[in-house]
Design a binder for this molecule. Structure first.
Ligand code: AOF
Ligand code: ZN
Length: 368
């Protein structure tokens, strides 16, 4: 019974650390979100989290907040302390000099410069260690970081706002507005946690979107347009908005490239599939090289269905409004016909009601 009590406390402290870590969503990439809690005698002494890229790490924040009270504490941290000097000094040294007695980490750090060495170093200097408490939750929180380091590609989220019959626009291409304002706010929140947002040129022409993150505290995403023939209008609104824009193309039309360069756009050439569409693998490789870990695809039809068909989507968010539209543009229109046995079946599915709308969230590939 006593053991059971401790286990519950352990979990509560780690859950607290995970909550702290999540506060940094959108502000630390390509670093992971990390939270830390120092405890003594079953009580929290101090808290910390990695707040911004280049800033102090979670453990250091917690140690700093505790001051001399860090002596003899247990550290609950959502990822193994780092053991190398990057932009900031190694956390293992800080943990050791603060006199921390025990370190409980939710996961190891997949960064090859750490990857178990942090915990080993702590053990070697007599600190009690354990790894794995709420590990699944911690891996899920940093799913983009783990995917980027382990699979050497970005973590890809597809976001769709559709009617009950799966339409993302009417037959004339109009998509404003399918879901209600509350669902749109949640959809916008996805941009906060993303590093890049991807749309097709048809969406740029039809909707003239800004593709910015307008929830607070806001941040700049890299805006990406897939534009085989360089049809992006140089006068479109998103080019007037500050922040990086990447245009992927298969065209070598120098005049069009220069017109976009003049607007501060970076134009990158990639290969074409037999279908004529740009090669997703090339696009993903380029985004990975830029350390963009979370890539949010916002459609339309060609982009959404070709991404699903290419198997590059990790997670899907479908916001569904209770409307039946009849023939329009369905987000899966470009998928090859398949039998029910071959349908793309989401895993670890969660559902939420948002005002009158309904959100289905799930993973295309095996979840954590
Ligand atoms: C930790 N605690 O809070 C975070 C860690 O350049 P730096 O010094 O900021 O180091 C970045 C690396 O540190 C990052 O790639 C990852 O391996 C680790 N992140 N480690 O001990 C933290 N954010
Ligand atoms: Zn560190």
């Amino acid at each position: 019974m006593r053991f059971y009590d401790w286990r519950l406390k352990d979990e509560a402290f780690m859950a607290e650390a995970l909550g702290l870590a999540a506060r940094a969503c959108g502000h630390v990439s390509p670093n992971p979100m990390v939270g830390a809690v120092l405890t003594k005698g079953g009580r929290i002494v101090s808290r910390g989290w990695h707040r911004r890229f280049g800033g102090p790490h979670a453990e250091v924040e917690a140690i700093h907040a505790a001051g001399r009270r860090a002596q003899g504490t247990t550290l609950y941290v959502t990822m193994e302390p780092c053991c190398f000097h990057g932009k900031t000094p190694a956390c293992t040294n800080a943990v050791q000099s603060a006199g921390i007695e025990r370190v409980v980490a939710a996961t190891l750090d997949p960064n090859p410069r750490v990857n178990g060495r942090g915990m080993r170093q702590l053990r070697d200097c007599g600190i009690k260690t354990s790894v794995g408490l709420l590990g699944k939750e911690a891996r899920r929180l940093n799913e983009a970081y783990f995917t980027s380091l382990r699979k050497r590609r970005p973590f890809v989220i597809l976001k769709v706002a559709a009617t009950l019959d799966g339409m993302i626009a009417d037959s004339k291409g109009r998509s404003k507005w399918i879901t209600g304002p509350q669902a749109r706010v949640v959809g916008h929140g996805l941009r906060l946690c993303a590093d890049a947002i991807v749309v097709g040129v048809k969406t740029v022409i039809a909707d003239d979107p800004l593709l910015t993150c307008r929830v607070k505290p806001s941040k700049q995403l890299v805006r990406v347009i897939l534009d085989s023939d360089l049809a992006t209008p140089p006068g479109c609104r998103l080019l007037k908005e500050p922040g990086p824009v990447l245009v992927f193309t298969a065209s070598s039309n120098a005049a069009r490239v220069e017109r976009l360069w003049a607007r501060g756009v970076e134009v990158l050439r990639v290969g074409r599939e037999k279908s004529g569409l740009l090669k997703w693998a090339d696009v993903m490789a380029a985004l990975h090289r830029r350390q963009l870990q979370t890539v949010l695809i916002e459609g339309g039809t060609t982009v959404a269905s070709s991404a699903l068909e290419a198997g590059i989507v990790d997670k899907v968010y479908v916001f569904q409004s209770p409307k039946i539209l009849g023939p329009g543009k369905s987000f899966s229109f470009g998928l090859a016909a398949r039998g029910l046995g071959q349908a793309i079946e989401l895993k670890s599915v969660e559902h939420r009601c948002i005002g009158p709308d309904f959100l289905t969230e799930g993973y295309v590939h095996r979840a954590h």
